[in-house]
Write a protein that binds this ligand. Structure first.
Ligand SMILES: *Cc1c(COP(=O)(O)O)cnc(C)c1O
Length: 387
């Protein structure tokens, strides 16, 4: 049998390999001028120009720096959807703060703003919404709530590079916005991330914290040089992105729009090919303005394991996004509101393969395999498919 179709498949071409070779030829391997160019290009792509983007070594470190920039510290609470990757929880905990788990709403699978409001306490400092799978959450609702209660908003846009809200790219407005370029995201720098800051002063502070609290070093490094004297006044980390990683990220960013276009085509094909399958729920979007990170469907919880096995038997790998954070042992004692949609969706959801260079034949094979795997007799979804 041929090897399985993976859930994720990074699109690394000759362009990326040439960019790596050029980075090694330049020979300044640490953070340097290519890092700054990557930051500038991300700013251009988001339509906010230069001086607002800080590149980091992971999306998780971007979230950590952004939360610190939002003045999240010991004793504070951050409202975050439990339907999420554990990175967000760890970034909050790394600030000495406590996550408070909020439910999602069933259409976007993003934070339920009404339920978030009910979780606000005197200790709440920030809201950390996620644009799940690239579909924007109710950002207007989140911003309204934050304004009413004096909260900061740190957006987890790690799934949403290139997605649009109100006709503008996610990351072009708002408070603090974080991206990821890890190996499976729409574009990769192998590992990497970025924060968009609301103003230059915030960016400067994050810049120092990114490199061990050192004040002058970045300016020199952006010229591929080092500053030998410096002053350190605050806590910092080693969160910078290297020239080599930035070169990879730049080569990928140049292809972002082509990646998004192909992913939208495949997602729309899946939506058509899987429409009408009994007891299957498809994403409630036509992917207009969405940069799709993953394509998920929902099946009856009681049948999910069996359907996944059947798909694997047909050579189609399946992912699960997400196991809810609140059910992790680490999070057992953490405060939470009611989580009925999170519980239900996380038991039903599965992720189909989606690649930026997926062929029509592979997409058709996956869709046919899903139709077959679902059609075989099994337990009927309790209570129907609608939430
Ligand atoms: C990928 C991801 C992150 C963290 O990004 P890394 O670059 O892997 O550290 C955070 N949140 C979500 C939802 C993610 O999918």
């Amino acid at each position: 049998m041929q090897s399985a179709i993976p859930v994720f498949q990074p699109a690394i071409g000759a362009d990326t390999l040439a960019a790596v070779a050029e980075a090694f030829r330049i020979g300044w391997l640490g953070m340097g001028s290519t890092t700054q160019t990557f930051e500038d290009r991300i700013g251009e792509r988001l339509g906010i120009g230069s001086g607002r983007v800080l590149a980091t070594n992971t999306g998780t470190s971007a979230l950590h720096l952004a939360l610190l920039a939002a003045d999240v510290g010991p004793g504070d609470e951050v409202i975050v959807p439990s339907f999420n990757f554990i990175a967000d929880v760890q970034a909050i905990v790394a600030c000495g703060a406590a996550p408070v788990f909020c439910d999602i709403e069933p259409t976007t699978l993003g934070i339920d703003v009404g339920r978030a409001e009910a979780l606000i306490s005197p200790r709440t400092r920030a809201i950390l919404p996620l644009h799940f799978a690239g579909v924007p959450c109710d950002l207007d609702g989140v911003r309204r709530l934050a304004l009413q209660h004096g909260l900061r908003v740190v957006e987890d846009a790690t799934h949403a590079l290139g997605s649009m809200h109100d006709g503008r790219p996610i990351g072009s407005g708002g408070d603090l916005v974080c991206f990821s370029f890890d190996p499976v995201k729409i574009i990769t720098s192998i590992d990497g991330g970025a924060v968009v800051a609301p103003d230059a002063a915030t960016l400067e502070r994050m810049r120092r914290q990114r490199l061990l609290g050192i004040d002058r070093d970045t300016i020199e490094r952006y010229r591929n040089r080092r500053a030998w004297d410096y002053e350190v006044r605050e806590v910092g980390f080693r969160y910078h992105l290297t020239n080599v990683n930035a070169a990879i990220g730049l080569s990928q960013l140049a292809r972002l729009d082509a990646f998004i276009a192909r992913r939208q085509e495949v997602c729309r094909f899946y939506n058509r090919a899987l429409a009408g399958l009994p007891d299957v729920m498809l994403p409630r979007t036509d992917f207009e303005g969405v940069a799709p990170f993953i394509y998920t469907i929902r099946v009856a919880a009681a049948r999910r394991a069996e359907i996944i096995e059947r798909l694997r038997g047909r050579g189609v790998d399946i992912g699960i996004h997400f196991l809810p954070c609140h059910s992790q042992p680490l999070c057992a004692a953490m405060r939470r509101g009611p989580l009925p949609v999170t519980e239900r969706v996380s038991a039903e959801i599965l992720t189909l393969p989606l690649h930026s260079e997926m062929s029509d034949a592979t997409a058709a094979y996956v869709a046919a395999a899903v139709c077959e795997a679902v059609a075989e007799p099994g337990v009927v979804m309790a209570g129907g498919a609608a939430l």
